[in-house]
Design a protein around this ligand. Sequence first.
Ligand code: FMN
Length: 203
Amino acid sequence: MLLRDAFTERRSVNFFNPEKEVTDQTLKEIVELAGLAPSAFNLQPWRVIAVRSEAQKELLSENANKQPKIKEAPVTLIVVGDREGYRPENSVWAELKAMIGDEQAQGAIDAAGFLYGSSEERKIKFAESNAGLYAMSIMLAAKDLGVDSHAMSGVDFEGIKKAFNLNASEEVVMLIGLGHYDETKALYPRRTRRSLEEVLEIV
Ligand SMILES: Cc1cc2nc3c(=O)[nH]c(=O)nc-3n(C[C@H](O)[C@H](O)[C@H](O)COP(=O)(O)O)c2cc1C
């Protein structure tokens, strides 16, 4: 699929066909492809929890305002961002050390610690900006593989964090339902986008 088509044809699919599966193989392909998303220092401060079982869907639904999509989609992803993914424990640093040597890599580790770890606001920006790009990549990768999606942030972030045992430094960034549009139900026409005059300033 052309990237341009993925942009124009992707919709937030409000109605999923519960009979039409997304296999584990397809799910893995989506997550792997989306992992090519860019991130600060290539730190990839994200992970996803794929919610598939009825029991876990129930738990997620209870913490997501019972949005019906969660039960209808064959799988819903919890996109998790790590506010402390810049720390020296991140395995990405070991790869960098092997690439450019300990001393230079240490400089990068120190820089990342300052840029992303020196205030709570910076930590949140770090987690949300990187994982946000990852989330969009998931939706475009899914579209390319013939899978529809629906992002959700109308949820109880803290409730999901507790229910799914996230680490203290991790945040729920958004949910993404994955599946296939139930064509028996009408989607709203695509909403208009704000004009270029409103969103673009060339200085
Ligand atoms: C971060 C994010 C959170 C969203 N949260 C919800 C949500 O909780 N419930 C919902 O029905 N739609 C949600 N949406 C879907 C938007 O309403 C939808 O993307 C927007 O209306 C544009 O429609 P389109 O994606 O079909 O182009 C969310 C979208 C994004 C990107």
